[in-house]
Design a binder for this molecule. Structure first.
Ligand SMILES: O=C(CO)[C@H](O)[C@H](O)COP(=O)(O)O
Length: 235
């Protein structure tokens, strides 16, 4: 599994606290990444103890983790709704006085398209994170999933929007990262993102863009694992 920075103990606290909200009969969106994996493992232990849930994975990685944890799985088109989604984030906008409080950058694991589908479908969407993910203003490069044939024209449009696009290279394969959906990822730096909602709308309107990693107005809460507990932001 891809691992990221931040303390594993803090990630574990956040993931396990979020998993405590899973109730009998829930359909649960299972996020991707090292922090969401702690929630998946905790849900798996609850299933071992008799909790009845169905999980909807957001990636190949979270599907494998959920299968290992013993969580029964389903798909988005087989359920009436998703009660709760638990997912990680690469950055969380944490200034309550700024536009886009609680907006996210996701897609560090190139899973943001399915993550957004499942997370947006959930009645409640909870982010699990360690403190290194919090920032007053979003500033990481935004992952943009693109249809392979479109990557050069999309890169041009991203430059028109003021971005600096970089096609994401694979680490253990020659050439680019290929997503679970068979597409490519462009990481696009925009500097400080003061108006995430505006940028999200602009990115969604570029032909060839499948989905981007700006999640604005989607999260209901962020659980932040700390050295000795969990801080909760409700939006
Ligand atoms: O968006 C994601 C994958 O596409 C992950 O949720 C994000 O990268 C956070 O991962 P981690 O918890 O390992 O830091």
């Amino acid at each position: 599994m891809k691992t990221a920075g931040g303390s594993n103990a803090a990630k574990r606290r956040a993931g396990e606290r979020a998993a405590e909200a899973v109730e009998d009969g829930f359909v649960v969106g299972l996020g991707t990444g090292s922090t969401a994996a702690y929630a998946i493992d905790a849900i798996g232990r609850a299933v071992d103890d008799g909790l009845e849930v169905e999980g909807i994975p957001t990636s190949f990685q979270s599907r494998r983790r959920a299968l290992e944890a013993g969580i029964p799985l389903t798909t988005l088109d087989a359920v009436d709704g998703v009660d709760l989604a638990i997912d990680g984030a690469d950055q969380v906008a944490d200034d309550p006085d700024a536009s886009g409080y609680g907006a996210l950058i996701k897609g560090g694991g190139a899973a943001h398209t399915r993550e957004k589908l499942v997370d947006a479908a959930a009645d409640r969407f909870v982010i699990v994170a360690d403190p290194s993910k919090l920032t007053p203003t979003l500033e990481r490069a935004v992952p943009v999933e693109v249809i392979p044939d479109a990557h050069t024209v999309v890169a041009d449009r991203l430059r028109d929007l003021g971005g600096e696009p970089t096609l994401r290279d694979a680490e253990h394969k020659d050439g680019p990262v290929v997503t679970d959906n068979g597409n490519l990822v462009i990481d696009c730096a925009f500097g400080l993102i003061n108006e995430p909602e505006t940028l999200a709308t602009q990115l969604s309107s570029v032909p060839g863009v499948v989905e981007h990693g700006l999640f604005v107005g989607l999260a209901d809460a962020t659980y932040i694992g700390t050295a000795d507990g969990v801080d909760v932001r409700e939006y």
